[in-house]
Design a protein. Structure first.
Length: 293
């Protein structure tokens, strides 16, 4: 696996001893289903977040990846999910397309509303699936999702998920070596989705939303997961976008990706290159990310 050791899944490196322990828990699970196996594995490997809660979703995703790699054998799923099928869970009723134009100062009550209830989750998923150029896919790892709202109505959607595993320009800028990155990557959040609805034409709205997010996500993430992020990152596909709103919101440009993707073992650039932007949430973010001096 190149420079990595063990089997890396969902932010955790599993040794051969860990895999052996997982196989034991699979054999002992009662009832013998994937949910119970994930609970047992979290207990056995102490797979928890900063609040001490079992990371069941990460465990289930990681176990499925190990199963598909042939490293473990999971029982057949007891229920069918919609993975790989077209998105079916948009909102029961789509919001009215209320066109609004002008300057951001003309908006009243601009806010980022956290997505918590099921109905709002369906709305967020549906908006991203219908209007975002990347479409909907579940955000990786620990995440925060917001609806962008004002007194004038719904304006868009914003989502943060787990940081990219390796980014050469970002890691050099932080000063990360591999082991330090592995220990502290969870304190970096990736702005994976940003959508302003196509009928909203408000000057400077995007940069204002990013400024709101910079003030809000640290507290929201700490309340939900028990750990405060110290750095935000995002990747802007070029030449489709220019990153203007990130620059206007004082995000720092670090360079561009190599366009290879995490599965490019042949080192052949095949994906779109993306500009890399970061935004520190604290002055001592490098120290919080394990870099001294």
């Amino acid at each position: 696996m190149g420079e990595e050791t063990g089997h890396r899944v969902c932010g955790r490196t599993l040794s051969e001893a860990d895999l052996a322990a997982i196989r034991v828990e699979i054999a002992l699970a009662d009832p013998p289903n994937r949910a119970e196996i994930a609970r047992r594995v979290c207990r056995r490997l102490d797979w928890r977040n900063a609040k001490g809660e079992a990371k069941l979703m990460s465990a289930r995703v990681g176990l499925l990846r190990l199963h598909r790699s042939g490293l473990i054998e999971l029982p057949e799923p007891t229920t069918r999910n919609n993975n790989g099928l077209p998105l079916k869970h948009g909102p029961k009723r789509w919001p009215q397309e209320r066109a609004f134009s002008g300057s951001v100062g003309a908006l009243s009550g601009l806010r980022l509303s956290p997505v918590a209830e099921k109905a709002r989750s369906r709305l967020w998923n549906g908006l991203i699936d219908r209007y975002h150029y990347l479409g909907y896919s579940p955000l990786p790892g620990a995440q925060l999702r917001y609806l962008i709202e004002s007194e004038q109505g719904l304006l868009g959607a914003l989502g943060f998920g787990a940081a990219a595993w390796k980014v050469a320009a970002r890691d050099r800028w932080i000063g990360w070596e591999r082991e330090t990155r592995e220990r502290h990557l969870g304190r970096v959040l990736n702005n994976a989705r940003f959508l302003v609805l196509p009928w909203i034409r408000v000057r400077n709205l995007a940069s204002r939303v990013l400024a709101l997010a910079a003030r809000q996500v640290g507290e929201d993430f700490a309340e939900r997961y028990g750990e405060r992020p110290v750095l935000l990152e995002t990747f802007v596909e070029t030449p489709r976008f220019r990153g203007t709103c990130y620059r206007a919101a004082n995000w720092q440009y670090l360079g561009c990706t190599q366009g290879r993707g995490k599965c490019d073992v042949a080192h052949r650039a095949a994906l779109a290159r993306k500009d890399i932007y970061v935004y520190p949430l604290s002055a001592d973010f490098r120290r919080a990310l394990g870099v001294e001096g």
